[in-house]
Write a protein that binds this ligand. Structure first.
Ligand SMILES: C[S@@+](CC[C@H](N)C(=O)[O-])C[C@H]1O[C@@H](n2cnc3c(N)ncnc32)[C@H](O)[C@@H]1O
Length: 233
């Protein structure tokens, strides 16, 4: 399976969905919540704003955003896999005061009108797209001029560095064996492949400027294992 192989990736996330949150917590030692909070801290959404969470999965970012932008704000979570969206919807139902809606769509073909959001996030989504540049272009199209967006993902590392060796060790010796125990070996083996093809931080910045963002800064976090791309429209 390769990034952009839409129907296989959609199936993969549909199959993983019931255990996705648990696996994320176990494999990141709960740290993914911290990295997501860090992204929101850097973007500073505020109450009353309208945000979009692209590749929203089971809705963690959408819910966190909705808590920040309420009262008066709104969040739209977009994902093409229906099982994660069902779980996201169930979580949102427990917080009825939040204003969140969900859209089942390919983030590269949402059909949403341009320039309607005050900000956008994409967590662990860009790596899966057939064309990360097109993903960045769509993010820019959806947000208003002068607004901001952020992308959180693994940070692809230069082969041979200590950080890269650690990343490989983490994926091969921890992630894949654990996933195997849960009957999801192939699903998580895909992670390393998607990372191998994912552009590095400098290339992500270049792609973002190429599609028209006025500023793009990639920040490695967690000893360089993860990266946050901050975008200004
Ligand atoms: C690794 S999960 C991340 C979910 C969530 N953002 C998080 O951080 O927990 C990636 C999600 O992206 C979705 N996805 C991948 N490619 C997509 C596309 N082209 N359009 C819409 N959703 C996509 C998958 O269905 C999956 O739910």
């Amino acid at each position: 399976m390769r990034p952009g192989d839409s129907s296989s990736i959609e199936n993969l996330f549909n199959e993983v969905a019931p255990r996705y949150d648990l696996i994320n917590d176990v494999l990141s030692f709960g740290l993914h919540r911290l990295w997501k909070r860090q992204l929101l801290f850097l973007l500073r959404p505020s109450s009353g704003e309208r945000w979009v969470d692209l590749c929203c999965g089971t809705g963690d970012m959408s819910l966190a955003l909705a808590r920040i932008v309420s009262p008066g704000g709104q969040v739209l979570g977009v994902d093409y896999a229906s099982n994660p969206l069902t779980l996201a919807n169930e979580k949102a139902a427990k917080e009825p005061l939040l204003s969140i809606s969900w859209l089942k769509a390919d983030v590269l073909k949402t059909g949403l009108p341009s320039a309607q959001f005050d900000g956008a996030v994409m967590a662990y989504g860009l790596r899966n797209l057939v064309d990360p540049g097109a993903g960045l272009e769509e993010i820019r199209r959806l947000i208003k001029p002068g607004s901001r967006a952020g992308v959180l993902d693994f940070n692809p590392l230069i082969e041979g560095s200590f950080a890269a060796r650690f990343q490989k060790f983490y994926l091969r010796k921890l992630v894949v064996p654990l996933a195997k125990q849960l009957g999801l070996r192939d699903h998580y083996a895909y992670l390393e492949e998607s990372l191998r093809l994912f552009p590095g931080g400098a290339e992500q910045e270049r792609l973002a400027l190429e599609v028209g963002f006025i500023k793009a800064v990639h920040r490695p976090i967690f000893a360089g294992q993860m990266g946050i791309l901050l975008l200004q429209n």
